[in-house]
Design a protein around this ligand. Structure first.
Ligand SMILES: Cc1ncc(COP(=O)(O)O)c(C=O)c1O
Length: 396
């Protein structure tokens, strides 16, 4: 049966980063892109209709986020999807997740302090830590039998350094797709409390979860005291494919830091209005698009499944496991026995396809690709054919 996610919609000429500016990332035009993490799907109809209605009003003045419609849509979503109790008081608006991370680093640490990060990692984390003049301290994930695990011994060693001030966690994890379990989260909270290190948890991929896995907001495993050291930065933008609308939010149980954040936001950085369309997308999406998200997750899982079948049959020296979460396929190409540069060149020149190299995310223990499958199945299959042509050109 056809799904509305099967519909291919031309995005060319919409100023979209993924298609219109593919050359910026790969040095070549007209590649089939599987790069930046947004999707080729329309947002839920409920959001589109609400935006159309608001657009027809025609007045787009300063817009407030600090009201119960916005905040209760968020707490309602957490209850509905994660059975989690979030207080409305914790909710703070922010223009973007990475803005939130940058400001929190500023509030919670000083120049030269250590920020611990599990690697591989979303590349913007490297930049935000470096640009904030904090020291990036890597806690490499263990990679065993094709699966990534936290290395708690190494983590404890790094947390115990007096200069360690922040652990920047990504849950679910981009690019490996791990969803940290209750046990893992509890251990993280325990260790960070022991060494008085604050936790910033980027949960932006929280809604794209596959079969039997469960996303748990890290505040849900913490005591009231431990919550005071936890900062969740997240957004509905991955879920509803709305990053171009602007806006994200934080959950900050600690009142003092919440006030500091809001002061910086408004008085120093001059963010005195929410983006009205971003705000509407959160309120209406969280209130009405629950089933749409379930349908999205099933569709994306099927894309992952097709990818697994294709790789097993056509490219047996490549290793791919369906991730627990995210629409990002993390593909281990080490078995090809080629280096990153050769693979990149073959993808661009032979396959004419834009797939991110694992190097970008700091994975240097092999040759990896990160391929975005947030798109119609037909595009995934075309991308896989192009990947195959590229790989065959290298092994011939
Ligand atoms: C883990 C993670 N955090 C943050 C972002 C970006 O969020 P924003 O555009 O709100 O800063 C992304 C986008 O790919 C991401 O994967």
């Amino acid at each position: 049966m056809n799904s509305h996610f099967d519909q291919s919609i031309n995005r060319a000429g919409t100023y979209c980063t993924q298609w219109d500016y593919i050359e910026d990332r790969f040095g070549s035009k007209d590649l089939l892109p599987f790069s930046i993490s947004d999707m080729d799907f329309q947002s839920p109809q409920e959001i589109i209709e609400a935006i159309n209605k608001r657009t027809a009003h025609g007045i787009f003045g300063y817009t407030r986020w600090n009201h119960s419609d916005y905040k209760s849509s968020i707490t309602g979503w957490y209850k509905k999807r994660f059975s989690a109790d979030i207080s409305m008081d914790w909710v703070v608006y922010s223009p973007s997740v990475i803005y939130s991370v940058a400001r929190l680093l500023e509030i919670l640490s000083s120049e030269g302090d250590h920020v611990i990060l599990q690697v591989p990692a979303y590349d913007a984390f490297f930049h935000v830590i470096n640009e904030s003049k904090r020291k990036l301290v890597k806690n490499p994930l263990l990679y065993q039998n094709g699966r990534y695990e936290l290395d708690f011994d190494d983590l404890e060693k790094k947390l115990s350094d007096p200069k360690a001030k922040v652990l920047l966690l990504c849950n679910p994890h981009n690019p490996t797709g791990r969803v940290w379990t209750e046990q893992e989260l509890k251990r993280i909270v325990e260790l960070c409390s022991k060494y008085d290190v604050k936790i910033i948890s980027d949960d932006i991929h929280m809604d794209i979860i596959y079969n039997g896995n469960r996303f748990i907001p890290i505040t849900s495993v913490a005591t009231e005291i431990e919550k005071q050291n936890i900062y969740i930065c997240t957004s509905a933008s991955k879920t509803f494919n709305t990053p171009g609308l602007g806006g994200s939010y934080l959950l900050i149980p600690n009142e003092e830091t919440r006030v500091s954040f809001m002061r910086l936001l408004k008085y120093r950085d001059g963010v005195s209005s929410a983006n009205i369309f971003g705000e509407i997308s959160v309120i209406e999406g969280y209130r009405q698009a629950n089933e749409w998200v379930d349908g999205l997750c099933s569709y994306l899982y099927n894309n992952m499944y097709l990818m697994k079948e294709f790789i097993e049959q056509e490219l047996p020296s490549i290793h791919f496991m369906i991730p627990e979460s995210t629409y990002l396929a993390w593909i281990d190409c080490t078995g090809l026995q080629k280096n990153n540069q050769d693979l990149k060149q073959a993808l661009v020149e032979v396959g004419r396809v834009g797939i991110m190299s694992g190097e970008v995310y700091g994975e240097d223990r092999g040759v990896f690709l990160r391929m975005n499958v947030g798109c119609p199945q037909s595009k995934v299959m075309e991308g896989l054919e192009r990947l195959k042509r590229s790989v065959l050109s290298l092994t011939r």
